[in-house]
Design a protein around this ligand. Structure first.
Ligand SMILES: Nc1nc2c(ncn2[C@@H]2O[C@H](COP(=O)(O)OP(=O)(O)O)[C@@H](O)[C@H]2O)c(=O)[nH]1
Ligand SMILES: [Mg+2]
Length: 481
């Protein structure tokens, strides 16, 4: 450390002073402690105990404060949703039906599950990218299967099932699915079949691509038992194959697969039975381990996926309904502004319309809407409106010039467009916030409102200007002349 002589002297001086101060306070504290101790020992017991309790309480409080300072509370995460069971799913399905959602796909999926449970067969789904050798592997296992392994790949369009007797004498069904990446519907058909299967045999011919990794992660996330096959090992030296297999093992764990998932190597072509020996062994071990558990996992995965699908449909229904509500109030705000005697009323969204829109959106999202929170949201938004209204008016005025013959229209329409923009943004910001959090959170909703206000300003202004002009013409038409 390079310090000047003066600095060193000052430091020395400070150290001496600090030492004296600390020593002094230590002695005085010790003195008072001894004093207090003596007096307490002679004094009444309740006072002594009370003081001890008080000191402990203060120490705990201080400890808690220090803890909170050092480890600020992270946002509470929503608890992970437990796996949905059959009865719950049936209830949700019923609810969805009542709300008029299309549940035909969900119902079909559950019917297929029921059929498979009834038949009791074990399904192994060969899954992976097109050309990885799924059909070839199946043909190597089931020599009499008519699974043509296409030279160009992608010979399998629909899902095809083959009966196969394992080395241990178990009858199972092998599912060959379309290679992902050809037809838009193929991906989904393949993934749906993978979900329905007890075990997924994921076939790859090299290290995983991003997309393959994502597929694996999605399957791991629903707890699907998996075997990852490195196929076409005839193209690699033993050492290379070994390295890829070990790398695939790492990737499998990264994707979140559980410890039982394993990687085997195979060659569907040219090596006869020995090319699939490792795969057959791995499959047999998995089948033997616990067939009941495989059934349970399969059911759970199907329920989960059906439930997710229902959730998505519900989300879409809400967001469409929210859009309708927002459009309705935007229109009302425009008409209200056009009818106003003196446009430019400052207290704009705190009025009846703003409150009504917030209430209606909250109701749609089943979010309790307390009056204080509604007015807080409206206050927060209004204060931002105060700042941006001049800009919005300028933007609106500019947009109106795009409509022929409107150039001369009075300021009323401009104001109406600006109000429309505000309601539109408030409604969309609040909808977004409700969709995200499920609760009315004024600060978050106001932030999203501010963001929405600036988003695609040009497109929105034109759309809303159109609304305002229609409103104005309607207005004139209504008015007796
Ligand atoms: N060298 C080699 N080629 C293979 C192997 N397995 C499959 N192939 C070839 O890979 C291509 C795609 O095979 P296919 O089974 O149709 O793949 P799928 O789209 O996954 O069903 C075909 O040309 C196969 O002959 C293998 O083990 N070694
Ligand atoms: Mg194929």
């Amino acid at each position: 450390m390079k310090l000047s002589m003066t600095a060193r002297l000052l430091l020395v001086f400070a150290i001496v002073l600090a030492t004296i101060a600390i020593a002094g306070s230590a002695i005085s504290v010790a003195g008072s402690l001894a004093d207090v101790w003596d007096r307490l020992r002679d004094g009444p017991l309740p006072v002594f105990l009370g003081l001890v309790a008080f000191v402990i309480g203060v120490a705990l409080l201080a400890g808690w404060l220090v803890w909170r300072l050092l480890f600020p509370q992270r946002r509470r995460r929503r608890p992970a949703t437990p796996p949905v069971d059959e009865a719950t799913l049936a209830l949700r399905l019923e609810e969805a039906r009542e709300q008029g959602l299309d549940i035909s796909v969900a119902e079909r999926e559950l019917r297929e599950l029921a059929r498979r449970r009834e038949a009791g067969a074990l399904y192994l789904c060969f899954f992976g990218e097109i050309g990885a050798g799924k059909s070839s592997l199946i043909r190597a296992l089931v020599p009499d299967a008519d699974a043509r392994a296409g030279v160009t790949g992608g010979t399998t369009r629909g899902v095809t099932h083959y009966r196969w007797r394992t080395d241990g004498g178990d009858d199972v069904i092998l599912a060959d699915v379309p290679g992902s990446g050809l037809e838009p519907g193929d991906d989904e058909a393949g993934l749906a079949e993978a979900v329905r299967a007890h075990v997924v045999v994921y076939v790859s011919e090299a290290d995983l691509t991003r997309r393959q990794f994502d597929d694996l992660a999605a399957l791991a996330a629903i707890g699907k038992p998996m075997i990852l096959v490195l196929n076409k090992t005839d193209r690699y030296s033993d050492q290379e194959a070994g390295m890829i297999v070990s790398r695939l093992g790492d990737r499998l764990r990264e994707a979140g697969a559980d410890g039982d998932a394993l990687v085997v190597s195979a060659a569907a072509i040219g090596q006869g039975d020995s090319g699939t020996a490792e795969l057959r062994q791995a499959l047999q071990r998995l089948i033997d381990s616990s067939p009941d558990a495989l059934d349970t996992l399969r059911d759970r995965a199907v329920f989960h996926v059906v439930d997710e699908r229902l959730g998505l449909a519900e989300q879409q229904r809400r967001s469409a309904a929210a859009e309708d509500i927002v459009r309705g109030y935007t229109r009302k705000a425009i008409i209200g502004a056009l009818a106003a005697v003196s446009p430019g009323t400052d207290v704009l969204i705190q009025g009846y319309l703003g409150t009504a829109m917030v209430r209606e959106l909250c109701k749609l999202y089943d979010a309790p809407a307390r009056d204080v929170e509604i007015s807080r949201l409206l206050d927060l938004s209004q204060s931002h409106v105060g700042l941006t209204l001049p800009i919005l008016l300028a933007v609106a005025g500019n947009a109106l010039k795009a409509f022929p013959g409107v150039g001369t229209i009075a300021g009323g329409v401009t104001h109406a467009v600006a109000y429309g923009l505000i309601f539109d943004a408030l409604g969309r910001g609040l909808s977004m916030s409700l969709a995200e959090g499920g609760d009315l959170r004024p600060a978050a909703a106001a932030r999203l409102f501010r963001e929405s206000l600036g988003e695609d300003l040009k497109g929105r202004t034109l759309r809303i200007a159109q609304m305002a002009l229609e409103g104005e013409q309607g207005d004139k038409g209504d008015r007796p002349s």
